[in-house]
Ligand binder design. Structure first.
Ligand code: SF4
Length: 261
């Protein structure tokens, strides 16, 4: 059975795998995959202009399991982050999670949330975190950014509450994009989360990484800090994830594919 996994990297500082999926049901203007096809921690200069699934050899489920076993034995493994691309579009996602879970790994699923209701039945309630991204809390901006319909934001927000009500660990992420998803917008997202789910849900504010086809710049550290302060009016756990505040730790190894052209 074919998966949509096209790329895997290993981080030795926390013995984690980053597992990337080769498709997405959104078409975000600022998608990092429009700039970096591969994990950009190893290919910093690979401006490639987006991924197309036919360019890759995606793994079969059997090949995937073999790779996990090999890394587990040879390097040690504690954690797996599933991202991409969008993990929930992979019909084998539940099998992939089962397999990772059988090794006792902590699992993090990065998702746009749109299909969460379809996979929630196979999501373990322990040792797994759903990191759900809210691109914008305004339906029109959400639509412009993702290429989806305005109404689809409601699907994402419904699924957010579904994850929460199923007692699955939940982290919400948004991107500070100056001139688009601004400090005021981030504050509104924080306010919305607090009003629906309480003030204990963690919020990550990511720095926008400029994509050549978009007009937006990277935010300054001061803007990120201001967004954090504003979000903290509503939420207790707000974190900035940015090149200003996080430095690479340890070594990153390419696990799959073995070579990249
Ligand atoms: S949801 Fe994520 S992977 Fe999909 S297009 Fe948007 S940024 Fe890219």
């Amino acid at each position: 059975m074919k998966t949509l996994v096209y790329h895997i990297t290993y981080y030795d500082y926390d013995k984690s795998l980053y597992i990337q999926f080769a498709r997405c049901n959104f078409g975000c203007l600022g998608c990092i995959r429009k700039r970096y096809l591969w994990d950009h921690h190893i290919y910093k200069d690979s401006d490639v202009g987006g991924f197309e699934v036919q360019r890759f050899n995606t793994l079969s489920l059997e090949e995937f399991v073999e790779i996990i076993e090999k890394v587990y034995v040879e390097k040690g493994l504690k954690k797996a982050v599933l991202g991409g691309g969008e993990p929930t579009v992979d019909p084998t996602l539940c099998r992939i999670i089962d397999s990772l879970y059988s090794y006792g790994l902590e699992i993090v699923v990065l998702t746009n949330g749109f299909l969460m209701d379809r996979v929630i039945g196979c999501i373990p309630r322990n040792n797994l975190v759903i990191e759900l991204s809210i691109k914008s809390i305004h339906p029109e901006k959400f639509s412009i950014y993702t290429g989806r319909r305005c109404e689809d934001l409601q699907v994402v927000l419904r699924n957010l509450e579904l994850v929460y009500s199923n007692n699955i660990d939940l982290v919400i992420e948004t991107i500070l994009i100056p001139g688009f998803n601004d400090i005021d917008d981030v504050e509104l997202i924080a306010k919305y989360i607090a009003s629906r789910l309480g003030n204990d849900i963690p919020l990550i504010i990511d720095e926008y990484v400029p994509i050549p086809s978009t007009p937006w710049r990277k935010p300054t550290l001061e803007e990120l800090v201001e967004a954090k302060i504003r979000a903290e009016k509503y939420l207790r756990k707000v974190v900035i994830r940015s090149s200003y505040t996080m430095k690479p730790l340890g070594n990153v190894y390419q696990i799959y594919p073995k070579t990249i052209e």
